[in-house]
Design a protein around this ligand. Structure first.
Ligand code: DAT
Ligand code: MG
Length: 164
């Protein structure tokens, strides 16, 4: 495959999980031709009851560190920890940019029908899915959410039918 093969971090947020949209979102990435590299289902705790909970709250704050001064940041961290999330890594040619196109705009009101946010949600604060916005942030997010040994490299038999 080409040198532009990339990995991106995609997460179904708690509202997407509660609304039964995990399968639909996995289906869209899988049917597009992207390859799953890693997946885990977890709830990020806000209650600091033990060492793990502290670590997982840090993970979420770290994930949205660029937004820490925005007024919606506390609500965003609370929402993201309000239920389980499905964290995934997907791989393929230009998957970071194409993944963002598949997601739609940050605000679902600006997202076209046919995109995930355009089809399944209404408000920016409940926009059901996260996708990395650049190759650099994808690499940072992947190493934040996954250990190297959790990333699975394999050659799919469909690759030759997806890429020239
Ligand atoms: P994106 O998730 O499209 O990369 P972002 O990184 O700018 O968007 O913001 C992260 C999340 O924060 C976004 O998915 C929803 C929330 N958010 C962004 N802008 C917001 C706003 N104006 N009000 C409430 N939540 C907002
Ligand atoms: Mg973002």
């Amino acid at each position: 495959m080409s040198a532009k093969t990339e990995r991106t971090f995609i997460a179904v947020k708690p509202d997407g999980v509660q609304r039964g949209l995990m399968g639909e979102i996995i289906k869209r990435f899988e049917q597009k031709g992207f390859r799953l590299v890693a997946m885990k289902f977890l709830q990020v705790c806000v209650l600091m009851v033990d060492q793990d909970a502290v670590a997982s709250e840090d993970l979420l704050k770290q994930h949205y560190i660029d937004l820490k001064d925005r007024p919606f940041y506390p609500g965003l961290v609370k929402y993201m920890s309000s239920g389980p999330v499905l964290a995934m890594v997907w791989e393929g040619l230009n998957v970071v940019k194409t993944g963002r196109v598949m997601l739609g705009e940050t605000n679902p009101a600006d997202s076209k029908p046919g995109t995930i946010r355009g089809d399944f949600c209404i408000e920016v604060g409940r926009n059901i899915i996260h996708g990395s916005d650049s190759v650099d942030s994808a690499n940072t997010e992947i190493s934040l959410w996954f250990k190297p040994e959790e990333l699975v490299s394999f050659k799919s038999c469909a690759q030759q039918w997806i890429y020239e």
